[in-house]
Design a protein around this ligand. Structure first.
Ligand SMILES: [Zn+2]
Ligand SMILES: [Zn+2]
Length: 108
């Protein structure tokens, strides 16, 4: 085998690995450390690595973001506000816009 061929094979392996990491949602979520955040005032949900910017909440002032834990493959729904999040484990019992904490039920 020539050196050129070895380099080619090595490049292919590296590219395939990178592709799998970047385009596999599960792995990439874990690599990036994505977390679920939910505004306790308006119920808006977003996935973010860091605490999101406050922005403008439709309920007035800035959003009041509560962390719900790491993004994962399981679906959970809050029986109070109907919010569905993809989470690694049962999401945190952070404040629900409908009062008290979210009441999570596993969907899948
Ligand atoms: Zn809000
Ligand atoms: Zn809720």
């Amino acid at each position: 085998m020539t050196t050129k061929n070895k380099v080619l094979i090595l490049m292919t392996i590296i590219c395939t690995t990178l592709f799998l990491i970047l385009f596999n949602p599960t792995i990439s979520a874990q690599v990036k450390g994505l977390k679920n955040y939910c505004c306790s005032k308006c119920g808006t949900h977003i996935e973010s690595v860091n605490q999101p910017f406050m922005g403008n909440c439709k309920e007035g002032g800035g959003h009041s973001w509560k962390c719900l834990g790491e993004v994962g493959e399981k679906n959970y729904q809050c029986s109070k506000c109907g919010l569905v999040v993809k989470s690694k484990d049962t999401p945190y019992n952070a404040s629900c816009k409908n009062g008290g904490g979210h009441n999570w039920k596993r969907l899948s």
